[in-house]
Design a protein around this ligand. Structure first.
Ligand code: CTP
Length: 404
């Protein structure tokens, strides 16, 4: 995709799976895209217009003769980057395959130059019927993307092929289709991201950790994926869920993080060190669970420094990948930028994303407020500084903007 959000039309046709379309709408909206819903009359027998409007944050279009003055079907078709029909009933697949313009959705699909993704949902017999199979083959031949159907429980007591794909799969397939189309500014770019907080063992049951949730790394992974990148996430301890389609590699300690990142980095175009990596590990990890002392005396843990992964990656001989580091600083206003520029030089990376942290700010919050400092490609020219604030996904997009 592009750095701008996608314009997505979600078409909902009349099947019981229409309730799952709510998840599709919600997912696209929470990824920052502009969503307009077109429902058939039959679809509104299954889901309420109010739910669709609340989730899409736009009014829902139903009739061909509503708001004729704005020539809605042409406008929506022409401006859509992608039309996602979920669920697509047997009837709507037949309609699309034959180019029928008998309702608003049919018109919009005929008027679009954008991609069309369909997620069929129907009973097994209807799906297997030769008419449906031939219609689907026609659509595939015309470049439509078909997601599912899956096999599983159907509406009645029966089970079989015909269940609509899950919302997350439909969303992932839509992004993959946009990426494959080459209209994305990170299309085919390989991005390696580290995220989460490392846990350095003290004994078999204890560790030294940090409060990183991995949310910013996951947001970068999602933003990169939505812009067409092929994403690998090397993760320490994470609370945030790893998005579908992202290759996940576990690295719980600073040592493992160093191992995995140095092993993988050369295969990537962009490497982003968003993980909160421990600066120290316990020097003498105990094989047995430590007992507390009977006399109440203090215990001292000897800590040794870990290797700085970011600095190690920065000094890769003949480095080809662009390297982004993070800096979490308990700095006061104005100081943050100075510290970020210093860290950019000290670590030797191309971009530093600095954020202010405190007991309340930056970690475990839905929003982020960062300064993005990018090294100038021209020697002697000072680094470029951009401020970005908002939810972690929009901050993720600003970080990626600094790289494209
Ligand atoms: N980092 C790393 N390896 C480490 C420690 C940190 O790769 N062993 C990376 C982090 O992923 C982040 C960046 O270094 O991208 C900044 O980490 P931070 O702890 O803020 O900076 P330090 O280098 O530890 O400097 P200081 O503690 O002096 O601020």
């Amino acid at each position: 995709m592009m750095s701008r959000p996608l314009r997505i039309v979600v078409g909902i046709t009349g099947g019981i799976a229409a309730y799952k379309a709510l998840g599709v709408i919600r997912g696209f909206v929470s990824d920052g895209h502009h969503v307009e819903v077109v429902a058939t009359d039959a679809a509104l027998e299954f889901v309420g217009r109010s739910s669709l409007e609340a989730l899409s944050r736009n009014s829902v279009s139903v009739g061909l003769y509503d708001d004729v003055a704005s020539v809605r079907h042409v406008r929506m078709g022409q401006t859509a980057d992608i039309i996602v029909v979920a669920p697509a009933t047997a009837n709507s697949l037949a309609q699309l395959a034959h180019g029928l313009a008998s309702n608003l959705l049919g018109n919009i699909v005929l008027a679009t130059r954008g991609l069309v993704v369909v997620a069929p949902a129907m009973h097994t017999e209807m799906w297997m019927n030769r008419a449906t199979q031939e219609n689907v083959a026609t659509l595939v031949e015309r470049g439509f993307v078909v997601v599912g159907p899956a096999s599983g429980a159907l509406t009645g007591d029966d089970a079989g092929v015909g269940r609509m794909a899950e919302a997350s799969e439909i969303i992932a397939a839509s992004y993959a289709a946009v990426a494959a189309q080459g209209s994305s500014d990170l299309s085919g770019v390989r991005v390696l991201i580290s995220g989460g907080g490392t846990q350095e063992p003290i004994d078999p049951v204890r560790f030294i950790g940090n409060r990183s949730s991995g949310a910013q790394a996951v947001a970068i992974a999602r933003a990169a994926q939505a812009r067409g990148a092929i994403v690998t996430l090397v993760h320490a301890h994470m609370e945030a869920e790893i998005p579908l389609g992202v290759t996940a590699v576990e690295a719980l300690t600073a040592d493992k993080m160093l191992h995995e990142m140095t092993r993988l980095a050369a295969q990537f175009d962009i490497v982003i060190m968003a993980a909160a990596v421990a600066d120290y590990r316990v020097a003498d990890v105990s094989d047995a669970k430590l007992k507390k002392s009977s006399d109440g005396s203090n215990r001292t843990l000897l800590l040794e420094q870990t290797t700085d992964v970011l600095a190690t990656l920065a000094s890769t001989p003949d480095r080809k990948f662009r390297l982004v580091g993070f800096a979490a600083e308990t700095a006061r206003n104005g100081e943050l930028q100075t510290l970020a520029v210093e860290k950019l030089d000290r670590k030797g990376c191309d971009v530093i994303v600095a954020n202010e942290v405190s007991w309340e700010r930056g970690i475990g919050t839905p929003n982020n407020d960062v300064v993005i400092v990018s090294r100038s490609r021209v020697r002697g020219v000072p680094p470029e500084v951009v401020q970005a604030s908002g939810d972690k996904l929009s901050v993720a997009h600003r970080i990626l903007d600094s790289l494209v």
